[in-house]
Design a protein. Structure first.
Lengths: 364, 158, 373
């Protein structure tokens, strides 16, 4: 029984590694094979995830808008996104005449690559992690900010005025909101004393940081959710696309599969930021425990760790989706005001408070 | 003072945002409030308003008789010329020649459903029907002849 | 103004962006040529004519019974009120007394149209500023209003419910109960609009101090309707030149001195409630009697010039008819509210951001077919 509860996917990985080793033998070939397998599995998983999130978003939007949402293709419309993807696949991959053709075609690739890179250090379940890097937090925050390069590239190379405005907005937006994200992540790093995502999850075995860290961590959590919504360019911070102002912004000129890649990158980014928020603030795959209630804790332990992880991630994804379908869009100067006048000062003071808390040992 | 105002703004903003999220959250959890009509599926139960103006129709009774005398009031009252009545002289049983309609041409593609032809009609020979699914692949199908083949004027309608 | 080559030559760091004719924020085929310096607007120039159907010229070949139906296609959201203007000018010329029952029904339907129009404006204003959800909440109520139109007038948008002298046919027996039902639904759900949009801090910040239209400018540009009333200009035709029985009704002219987009928003929201008030006064007191005054089969206006103005949902609509004594107008001219309101945009949008231009257009509430006619 106990082995089931504390079942770690690392044993499965070890078993698999040993099996491959016996098949291929040690050496560079083994490493490459493993990398390819992980890559393919990850890609398939993320494509399915993007499908699911696309479906979820449309249903969430519909229900909030007293509509039914997709309900034609497949049972309850579940295959709608598949149908859309097939449609996009068959559309012409159009490149405008005046566009910088190389950069124009490269941009979707860059955006999706940066989105995929950030998935690597996330722990999906107990011991189930692609890359247990000891600077996980730093890695994620640096990789995810590279998305700005892809968007700028897309906007510039389209040689479309709307795209250019969108791209320039993106530069200002992502660079500013990067600061708040960094600072709110730092507050947990200060408390944990480690940059490794695994260590951060382990440190929450006796309670999630959002409960252990009192008000300062809650503030950091709120700041993180707001800033990461802006970082992934979702409404109400979707000035980069801003349909009503810029007719689609940086992706105005894109069609077909290249556009689908932008869409997929958006959902992967959404998943990544929600997963990071779940990992850092809500304990990742750690079950919900209340100190003292052994029976309750035991029941919670029966729920598999991956369910905990995805449950928390989906909760945050839902919140971010609800933002999108509730709020109107900000204006560009208000967007920067929000960051420089509100989020940044608050998170700076907040880091100070958290540091004080860590030094005095006020957290549990 | 500035600090108070600063935090006051933050709290007020957050409160207003949460109010909005509460409302969307309410509708997300109350799916029975959905107002969507699933149109092509609910054809059987779809009830159009009785007065809804969908197209001009000319009712024929069971003896294939209509009430149109060919007076052309409707043609005159139509503001965009979607009605064209072609008349003929018909020899009656008593040997007299009388004006009767030959073809009552209705251009659905030009009609704006204003209903003025129906108002103008002195014998209520034409009415506005409820049918609204007029899509056709070719324009020629929208040119309709409303009097059925072989139909004649109802006795006693002048 | 005809544009020469030199208008396309821009200064260093300036560039020209077209908002429209196909653009998600101009709900219609309006083209705004915008000179930008970064995000800041330096100059706006509206280009019209993409949906010109020469309604005025067409009216010259139609009879006085027929010509009104074309006005449903001008400001299609206040189609009923436009038709009313056309009927009123004929009644004025012929000096026909409209039966009290017809007047009451006209006002009830007209105010329902106004609520419906403002609801659509509310929906699209939210949509323009990026909030999709309010659209559906407003359309739920608009749908209820439209179905009343459907049941009683025969059409949802282009009702054509007017004849000179009255209305085409009497309302259905369940008219009063249905209207009360819809008003109840509207009043019950009105707080949701405040929760999702009015109170929202993002929305308020997007509108406040944006697009200042001073009272002097409003007069100079000939702005009317809620747009001008938000600049402190009292211009409600229903109050100033009462027509068709409005003089007997109790309602307030909503005036705000805010002059900005937020004031325009608030004025429209308050106007919806005033319309509800008007309907509530009338709905139980619709007199019995005729629905149409007797007019000749072929209406001929006496020789002369006739002008009638009404307050549509967007401002003052004037119908000017020159008659040569014949059965159709010699000349017909519409003074449409949107054309005048549009002319204020280049002036008030200067110096704001691109996003503000969208907010200004959303709150001025332009209906493009009314501009071009």
């Amino acid at each position: 029984m106990n082995t089931l509860l504390s079942y770690s996917f690392s044993s499965l990985a070890t078993y698999f590694h040993n099996w491959l080793q016996s098949m291929i033998g040690n050496g560079i070939l083994l490493t490459i094979t493993e990398l390819v397998i992980v890559g393919v599995v990850l890609l398939v998983f993320l494509i399915l995830l993007a499908f699911f999130l696309g479906y979820m978003e449309r249903k969430v939007a519909a229900f909030m808008e007293i509509r039914l949402g997709p309900n034609r293709v497949g049972p309850k419309g579940t295959l709608q996104i598949v149908a859309d993807t097939v449609k996009l696949l068959f559309k012409e991959g159009f490149t405008p005449d005046a566009a910088d053709k190389f950069l124009f075609n490269l941009a979707p690739g860059i955006i999706i690559t940066t989105a995929l890179l950030a998935v690597a250090p996330i722990a999906f379940a107990r011991g189930f992690q692609i890359w247990d890097i000891n600077i996980g937090v730093l890695y994620i925050s640096s990789v995810s900010s590279m998305a700005v390069i892809g968007i700028l590239m897309a906007g510039w190379s389209s040689s479309n005025k709307y795209s250019l405005i969108g791209a320039m907005r993106c530069g200002a937006q992502i660079v500013s909101y990067e600061l708040s994200i960094g600072l709110s992540l730092v507050s947990i790093v200060v408390l944990t004393g480690s940059l490794s995502l695994n260590d951060i999850v382990e440190s929450q075995a006796n309670g999630w940081w959002i409960f252990k860290g009192h008000i300062p961590v809650m503030i950091a959590f709120v700041v993180f959710v707001i800033a990461s919504t802006a970082e992934i360019n979702r409404a109400p911070f979707d000035l980069v696309e801003a349909d009503q102002e810029l007719t689609g912004g940086f992706n105005t000129e894109y069609a077909g599969m290249k556009f689908a890649m932008f869409l997929m990158a958006e959902y992967i980014n959404l998943f990544v930021v929600s997963a990071v928020a779940a990992t850092i603030f809500l304990g990742g795959w750690m079950p919900f425990h209340i100190g003292g209630l052994t029976g309750f804790n035991h029941v919670m332990d029966y729920i598999p760790s991956s369910v905990w992880f995805f449950g928390k991630t989906l909760f945050i994804i839902f919140i971010i989706m609800q933002f999108r379908w509730t709020f109107p869009r900000l204006r560009i100067d208000q967007l920067l005001n929000l960051e420089w006048k509100y989020l940044l000062p608050i998170s700076m003071v907040n880091v100070l408070l958290v540091t004080l808390m860590a030094i005095m040992g006020w957290h549990l | 003072m500035f600090i108070k105002e600063y935090f006051g703004t933050i709290f007020k903003s957050i409160k207003s945002l949460l109010t909005g999220m509460k409302l969307t959250g309410y509708y997300f959890t109350h799916l029975n409030k959905i107002v969507t009509e699933e149109y092509p599926d609910n054809r059987a139960t779809l009830k159009m308003a009785e007065r809804f103006r969908g197209e001009v129709i000319m009712p024929h009774d069971e003896k294939n008789e209509h009430q149109c005398t060919g007076c052309q009031s409707c043609e005159l009252s139509c503001p965009n010329g979607s009605i064209k009545i072609i008349t003929k002289q018909e020899i009656q049983a008593d040997g007299k020649k009388k004006k009767r309609i030959d073809t009552w041409v209705y251009h659905l593609d030009m009609c704006t459903m204003c209903g003025m032809c129906v108002e103008a009609c002195p014998t209520t020979a034409i009415l506005m029907g409820n049918e609204f699914e007029h899509s056709q692949y070719e324009k020629k199908y929208l040119k309709k002849v409303l009097n059925k083949p072989g139909s004649r004027l109802k006795d006693g309608v002048e | 103004m005809i544009l020469g080559e030199e208008d396309y030559i821009t200064e260093e760091g300036e560039f020209v962006v077209n908002m429209g004719p196909q653009h998600p924020s101009t709900h219609g085929v309006l083209r705004l040529k915008v000179w930008l310096d970064g995000e800041t607007i330096k100059k706006v120039e509206p280009h019209l004519g993409y949906i010109h159907r020469s309604i005025e010229k067409m009216s010259e070949s139609l009879s006085y019974r027929q010509y009104g139906y074309l006005t449903s296609r001008m400001d299609y959201l206040s189609a009923h009120i436009n038709n009313l203007a056309c009927a009123l000018v004929v009644e004025k010329a012929l000096q026909v007394e409209v039966p009290a029952r017809a007047q009451a029904i006209r006002i009830v339907i007209g105010e329902l149209t106004r609520i419906g129009s403002h609801l659509l404006w509310f929906a699209s204003a939210g949509l323009d500023l990026g909030g999709v959800t309010p659209f559906f909440y407003a359309f739920r109520e608009r749908e209820a209003i439209n179905s009343i139109m459907d049941e009683n007038c025969g059409a949802r948008l282009t009702q054509n419910f007017m004849v000179p002298g009255g209305i085409v046919y009497d309302v259905r027996p369940d008219f009063q109960s249905r209207v009360k039902e819809v008003l109840k639904q509207f009043k019950d759900n009105f707080h949701e609009y405040n929760e999702i949009l009015t109170g929202n801090v993002i929305f308020q910040n997007r509108l406040k101090d944006v697009g200042i239209l001073t009272k002097e400018d409003a007069i100079a540009f000939g702005c009317t309707g809620p747009t001008a009333r938000a600049s402190g200009l009292s211009c409600d035709i229903r109050k100033m030149y009462p027509y068709d029985g409005y003089e007997k009704l109790q309602f307030d002219e909503v005036i705000s001195t805010g002059c900005d987009s937020w004031a325009r928003y608030e004025v429209r929201m308050a106007e919806m409630l005033q319309s509800v008030r008007i309907i509530e006064q009338l709905i139980d007191n619709i007199p019995e009697g005729d629905i149409v005054a007797k007019t000749k089969n072929v209406i001929k206006l006496p020789k002369g010039e006739f002008y009638q103005r009404v307050e549509t949902a967007r401002g003052e609509l004037g119908v000017y008819i020159v008659s040569d004594g014949g059965a159709s107008p010699y000349r017909c001219k519409y003074r449409s509210p949107n054309f005048a309101n549009l002319s204020a945009i280049p002036h008030i949008a200067r110096g704001y951001k691109i996003g503000d231009l969208i907010a200004i257009m959303a709150t001025i509430d332009l209906i493009i077919p009314d501009i071009d006619r």
